[in-house]
Structures are given as structure tokens and as C-alpha cells.
Design a protein around this ligand. Structure first.
Ligand code: 9WO
Length: 250
């Protein structure tokens, strides 16, 4: 798989290569990452890539031509026509299903806007999909692109170890993660749940599933709508809710 990122700040995006399992995968070229700066394709004496908005108003708008030439450079070196994704607040809300679909692509181009926006004619002519990582406006598309790249790389086979992959699977199965604890056993006057100290793998797995179900139900009821719980899972959820009720009544 190849990911090309069109960005005015390639150094920002390249930091992905320096940290964690994603950085290791990128350095090992399990995914090829290309960074293209549209400023290198400006034909302006001052390498401008933006101009004032028609109709007036604050800020500047990214111009069509440098973006189009930058994209042409990527496409001319591509084996297959890449999917072009624009990260913007106006896009569809990103979720794990979309991430998994993107991972099936041989080549994807992530386009990161800056300033107040991008000439709409570029979006209409060259962008296949517009995606958002949340309902807020940040300084540019780069951080959103980095979120998407991190999520994609983690999803690729062989990047995460078996245990981490299993943990990630829980979210892909539609459940939030369970609580985690580590040494010391007693800190700030709070002990680790006895089930996790039991050494009984079945008891530990059951405790973890109960808390995944309980957390999903209490924090993300929208995710519950997509689940059909088994009798055992429903019983665990009921136990969790009874424990929470009991704790709140103390
Ligand atoms: C600026 C703005 C100001 C007032 C009201 C709405 C507004 N939208 C924008 C805007 O989209 N500015 C962008 C800055 C232009 C494209 C790149 N920028 C960006 C991308 N900000 N936030 C994102 C983004 C991308 C993906 N997911 C969430 C946010």
C-alpha cells in the first residue's frame, strides 16, 4: 500500500515515521509514505499557493493550480489511479469501517487543506471523498491525515502484535476497551480489582468482557444499537449495571 500526502507542512506529517509501531512499520516500508508540498509546484515568484477569496471575507484560499500540479506529480508516478481523500470539517465522520476500507486500497492520496479553505473547483475536479475526524475546526488537514494514517497502519496485518491486535479487535467488534492496571498493586489507596490478581484466565476474561460491555452501554449507547448480545453477555451487562448502581448508592 502507498499513501501520498499533499501538504504545506510535510515535516509535520513525517513525524509519524519517528514513533511507535506505526513509525516502525513506516520505516520498514510496510506502507510507503510520500510527502508532496504544493509550494514546490507554485509558479509564483514568491511561491505563493493562496490568494484572497472572491466575494471578500477573512483569510486566504488555496489556489487550484499548485494543488493540481502536485496531484499530477503523484498520479504520473502511480501504478494505479489513486483514491483522493480530502480531510475537512465538511466530510463524512471517520470510523473504523472507513479505515478498513481505505486499507484495501493500493494507493491513496490524502490532501490537507490550510487557510480558510481550498478553491472548490479543485475539490469538484479531483477529490473522490471528503472525510472529517470530528466536528471541530483545526488549523489544517495534516493532524486529521495523521490520525487516519495511524489508524490505517495499525489495521494492516502484521503491524500490531497478536495481543495488541486482539485489543484493537474489541473496538472493531463494536465494544469500548476495558480498564487497565499495572504495578504497584496499591496506589493512592486504591487496589487492583481482585479478579485481575486471581491468575484465573477465565475469570479475568469474563471481568474484562463485563467492563467492555458496561462501558459501551454507559458511555456510548449508540454503539449498543449495533450489537446483539448473547444471553451470557446480557447477564454480564446486568451484573455491571447492578454493581454501578450499588456503588452509587453507598
Ligand atoms: C474554517 C472555518 C471558519 C469558520 C467556520 C467554518 C470553518 N471551516 C473552516 C475550515 O474548514 N478551514 C479549513 C482548515 C480549510 C481546510 C483545512 N482546515 C481544516 C481541516 N480545519 N479542520 C480540518 C479538519 C479536517 C478533518 N477533520 C476535522 C477537521
Amino acid at each position: 500500500m502507498r499513501i501520498d500526502v499533499i501538504t504545506l507542512f510535510p515535516e509535520l506529517v513525517s513525524a509519524l515515521q519517528d514513533y511507535g509501531v506505526v513509525g516502525r512499520a513506516l520505516r520498514a516500508k510496510q506502507v510507503e509514505l510520500g510527502l508532496i508540498n504544493p509550494r514546490n509546484f507554485s509558479q509564483d515568484a514568491n511561491f505563493r499557493v493562496d490568494d484572497r477569496p472572491y466575494g471578500g471575507g477573512p483569510g486566504m484560499v488555496m489556489q487550484y493550480a499548485p494543488l493540481s500540479r502536485a496531484l499530477d506529480e503523484v498520479v504520473s508516478n502511480a501504478n494505479v489511479k489513486p483514491r483522493v481523500v480530502y480531510l475537512s470539517p465538511q466530510g463524512q465522520k471517520l470510523d473504523q469501517d472507513a479505515v478498513k476500507r481505505f486499507c484495501q486500497l493500493e494507493h491513496i492520496v490524502l490532501f490537507c487543506g490550510r487557510y480558510e479553505g481550498v478553491d472548490e473547483r479543485f475539490i469538484e475536479a479531483h477529490v473522490d471523498e471528503e472525510w472529517s475526524i470530528g466536528d471541530y475546526v483545526i488549523s489544517g488537514g495534516e493532524l486529521a491525515a495523521m490520525v487516519l494514517i495511524d489508524a490505517m497502519v495499525r489495521t494492516l496485518p502484521g503491524v500490531l502484535g497478536d495481543e495488541q491486535s486482539a485489543q484493537q479487535d474489541s473496538f472493531e467488534q463494536g465494544l469500548l476497551d476495558c480498564p487497565h492496571y499495572t504495578r504497584p498493586e496499591d496506589i493512592a489507596g486504591v487496589n487492583v480489582p481482585e479478579e485481575l490478581m486471581s491468575g484465573d484466565h477465565q475469570k479475568i476474561a469474563t471481568w474484562r468482557l463485563k467492563h467492555m460491555l458496561g462501558r459501551t452501554y454507559t458511555r456510548r449507547p449508540d454503539m449498543m444499537d449495533k450489537l446483539s448480545l448473547s444471553e451470557q453477555e446480557q447477564q454480564l451487562l446486568d451484573e455491571y449495571l447492578a454493581e454501578v448502581k450499588d456503588k452509587n448508592e453507598r
